[in-house]
Design a protein around this ligand. Structure first.
Ligand code: KG4
Ligand code: ZN
Length: 369
């Protein structure tokens, strides 16, 4: 089965062609346009701006994904003839359309959902609505080099760590899963981005925070890992943000005021990045492994933008080794950890259910249903 998948829940517009053959999920094309530069200027996403950018790029992104998935190739310069060829690819080679219907920003979601419904109607293709959060976990089913999803077995624990969400789930099977806990305030990625803004890091801040943290050989600051000893599966990251802010204020001199983080000493910035990253990864690793032990799971799947963090991945392996546990951790790798359309296709291929296009509605508040 071959699927055209579309993702437009936030500031990324993605389209991918994904195929399932012999139990392997292969990505034939995966195109992403992002308006993150625009949001870097405002220090966060303004929903109306994100939606306007989605409108501009959604058709070209879908056309490029369709053309790239075949020998036709994905020319950058699209014209009427390349659009026509893309239409032929959709008509002749695609079995169904998968679309993110929530959660996310309503304006952004509407653009993807209404586009997918229109294509479904015009090209007479079944449509499969996909929960963006579950898709972050299902990104792990995509076959890539050195990663064999055929070894993923239920039951497993899923950890979603993205810009908007931090959730722990217990999957008994594809359709039988339980939400164990989540953040009570900021998501892990949200805390990283807000702290990054204090430090004048590039937006989103995760990749630069990781790079700076890697430079630190002798850590000199320690921030608390919020809720690390609480006897539940919940998280909280807004206190960490406040702790970092207090620290920054304390060490600010007349020259390096909070309003002027560009003037911070690079080493100080690196140290704050290291300690922020450590406080976050420590609690994510501890609670996720706890959940795996309590629910007797030998597999953990992580997903979402923060799961691209190599230190997080290493800490999982290290802790499992130290505790001599028989648990395997899967992460999707950078391309499929952050928002993308291929993961939407992966979910549709593993567990998707077709719906009549008339019954599909964008749902910004969609959670785990
Ligand atoms: O999953 P995602 O692309 O979008 C949402 O669904 O929210 O996640 C974006 C988040 C941002 O907060 C970003 O700073 C974080 O993922 N992120 C990282 C890394 N790459 C992206 N956080 C830590 N380390 C990274 N390497
Ligand atoms: Zn996401």
């Amino acid at each position: 089965m071959r699927i055209l998948a579309i993702e437009s829940s936030c500031d990324e517009t993605g389209a991918a062609v994904v195929e399932k053959k012999d139990n392997q999920i292969t990505v034939l094309s995966n195109i992403l346009a992002t308006s993150s530069d625009m949001h870097a200027a405002t220090g966060g996403i303004i929903p109306e701006n994100a939606a306007r950018e989605q409108v501009k790029v959604i058709i070209p992104v879908i056309v490029e994904a369709l053309l790239t998935s075949t020998k036709a190739g994905g020319e950058k310069q699209q014209d009427a003839s390349s659009w026509k060829t893309a239409g032929q690819v959709l008509r002749n080679e695609i079995d169904a359309i998968a679309i993110t219907y929530g959660p996310g920003l309503i304006g952004s979601l509407l653009i993807g959902v209404e586009t997918a419904k229109t294509l479904s109607l015009v090209f007479n293709k079944p449509i499969i609505p996909v929960n963006h959060l579950l898709a972050h976990i299902y990104a792990n089913y995509i076959s890539v080099i050195n990663h064999s999803p055929s070894t993923i077995h239920h039951p497993y624990i899923g950890l979603i760590v993205s810009g908007g969400h931090t959730d722990l789930l217990y999957f008994k099977s594809h359709n039988d899963y339980e939400w164990l806990g989540g953040t009570r305030d900021d998501a892990a990625g949200e805390a990283i981005d807000k702290i990054g803004r204090m430090l004048d890091l590039s937006y989103p801040a995760g990749p630069e925070m990781e790079k700076r943290a890697n430079i630190v050989k002798t850590p000199s600051i320690k921030f608390q890992s919020p809720m690390i000893n609480s006897n539940d599966f919940d998280f909280s990251f807004s206190g960490l943000k406040a702790e970092v802010m207090r620290y920054v204020k304390k060490v600010s001199t007349n020259d390096t005021k909070l309003q002027n983080p560009q003037k911070f000493d690079a080493n100080l910035k690196n140290q704050i990045c290291y300690s922020t990253q450590k406080a976050i990864t420590d609690v994510l690793v501890k609670k996720t492994i706890n959940a795996a032990e309590v629910y007797n799971c030998k597999t953990i799947l992580i997903g979402g933008g923060v799961s691209a963090n190599q230190k997080l991945n290493k800490e999982f392996k290290l802790k499992i080794e130290n505790l001599k546990l028989d648990i395997e951790v899967f992460a999707p790798g950078k391309t499929y950890a952050t928002d993308n359309a291929a993961m939407i296709g992966a979910y549709a291929l593993m567990n998707g259910k077709e719906k009549n296009w008339k019954d599909i509605k964008s749902n910004p508040e969609l959670y785990f249903v």
